[in-house]
Write a protein that binds this ligand. Structure first.
Ligand SMILES: *Cc1c(COP(=O)(O)O)cnc(C)c1O
Length: 470
């Protein structure tokens, strides 16, 4: 398998060469030259595979420059009952005939990002140890991604994590999830400021190419290709759990932000999985819903971004979206380049009247959005009708999923976080507290480890430089 850039400016590379990189050198995203395709007969042979065995089958088609035995070992160490709470790893819960929830949130930080991030931690450690390299991961978080990255990288040889967070502005639970980690390779940097300032600091540090190279600074954001393909696996797993016969159509509803999760569903379909519809759900930050309804992509300005009760979907643009447009264009990098030049100049583009519009109508995506009142209502209804508590993000997905449900097609709604992570909103909806898993019950009482500083680039750089020394 060889990898290219969506903007056409990168010579073909192998998987291990792109693994640790963020953007392609030309500013585009890395994509595979082709998607492997499986027939229904081949798919039927995957039906009864365990999660790690299925993960190996999917991943080895994209990761073909590591010996298969090594990949098998990494996958086997990642997808265990100890880490994910059950041998199924991603169990399906049936609410009613033909209506299912895919439970993706039983990993260490109670959100679906663990499924990809835990794999990434083990993969990075393995690849770095082979080449004798080190990596210092720098990131900014408003809560979710930071804790998933820290839990994935804690204790890993050759890896350090420097995570900036807005000091005093996260929920007590989220704060404790990160700051209570005592591992020596995890550095929490609490910034006196808001999340945007944290993100600006990361950009400022990363744009100093010399500093970045000297200290081997990398990232684990949602455009990382290994994260995307790790997410493809559970679409197959859920399909086999629900479909009566391999070949039956099944639809998926996906609470979406940066378009990573649902894009993995698109890849699964490109590989031959009989997905009827991919139903994209947004909250009030509806840049993607607007696109799939109209063909117009309009990036939001900072002040247009709403702070909502499903905060992990509060985005102004969708970082993985360029991969989808590349695929829609049939791999036309020149067209992608032109469109993203329009994004940089004018904040968006419009596909109406172009040759891409008919393809968009045909691509099997539908979308909708959800409000705070919708979330509250959905959480209440699901609790009343099925006795199941869901979080606000999952509620966005379920609300939009039900609007687009077809008779006779099973619908799987992806659960992206447990209610315990967003306890305030769940309390508002139900008047009671969500259950917290035993392992995290006393987490807010644990001692915390954080370096607090002003939003000052030089101070952050000095701290990283000191932390990188052996
Ligand atoms: C990250 C996240 C999302 C959005 O996923 P994308 O891959 O960015 O579309 C949805 N829900 C939760 C709880 C998340 O943490």
């Amino acid at each position: 398998m060889r990898y290219l850039s969506t903007r056409g400016g990168m010579p073909p590379r192998r998987f291990c060469e792109i693994l640790l990189e963020g953007l392609a050198p030309d500013g585009g995203l890395v994509v595979p030259e082709t998607y492997p395709h499986l027939t229904l007969e081949e798919l039927a042979r995957w039906r009864d595979l365990s999660y790690p065995a299925l993960a190996l089958e999917v991943l080895r088609r994209y990761v073909d420059d590591l010996p298969e035995a090594q990949l098998r070992d990494i996958v086997a160490r990642t997808y265990t009952r100890e880490v994910f709470g059950s041998a199924d790893i991603t169990p399906v819960r049936t609410l009613a005939p033909g209506l299912h929830i895919l439970q993706l949130s039983n990993g260490p930080t109670l959100a679906f990002k663990d499924l990809a991030m835990q794999f990434l931690g083990n993969l990075f450690e393995h690849v770095l140890s082979r080449s004798g390299q080190r990596l210092n991961i720098l990131g900014a978080t408003s809560g979710d991604t930071g804790s998933a990255a820290e839990y994935a990288m804690r204790g890993k040889h050759g890896i350090r994590v420097f995570m900036l967070s807005p000091y005093g502005r996260m929920s007590p639970f989220q704060t404790a999830q990160m700051y209570a980690l005592q591992d020596e390779n995890i550095f929490n940097i609490g910034i006196r400021g808001v999340f945007d300032e944290c993100q600006d600091l990361v950009k400022a540090v990363s744009s100093d190419a010399q500093f970045k190279a000297r200290h081997r600074i990398g990232a684990v954001n949602s455009i990382n290709w290994a994260r995307v393909i790790a997410q493809v696996v559970y679409y197959f797993k859920a399909y086999f759990a629900v479909a009566h016969r391999v070949g039956d159509p099944v639809s998926f509803a996906v609470p979406s932000g940066n378009f990573g999760n649902i894009f993995a569903g698109h890849i699964a379909r490109r590989m031959g999985l009989p997905i009827h519809r991919l139903i994209l759900a947004t909250n009030e930050n509806d840049v993607l819903d607007e696109f799939f309804r109209s063909g117009r992509y309009r990036v939001r300005k900072g002040e247009e971004v709403h702070q909502t009760s499903s905060p992990s979907m509060d985005i102004s643009k969708a970082s993985n979206f360029e991969r989808f447009i590349y695929d829609l264009s049939g791999g036309d990098a020149a067209q992608v380049l032109r469109l993203w030049q329009q994004v940089e100049r004018g904040g968006g583009f419009d596909l109406r009247g172009t040759d891409l519009m008919p393809r968009l109508a045909d691509c099997g995506f539908v979308s909708g959005s959800s409000s705070h009142a919708d979330r509250m209502d959905t959480i209440r209804r699901v609790y009343r009708d099925y006795g199941v508590m869901i979080d606000t993000h999952t509620a966005d997905g379920l609300k939009v999923g039900l609007e687009h449900r077809d008779a006779d097609v099973a619908l799987i709604c992806l659960e992206t976080a447990l209610p315990a992570k967003f306890a305030d909103a769940v309390r508002e909806a139900l008047g009671r507290d969500p259950e917290v898993p035993a392992s995290l019950r006393d987490i807010e009482q644990l001692p915390q480890r954080v370096e607090v500083m002003d939003a000052d680039v030089q101070a952050v750089k000095a701290f990283i430089a000191a932390g990188c020394e052996d």
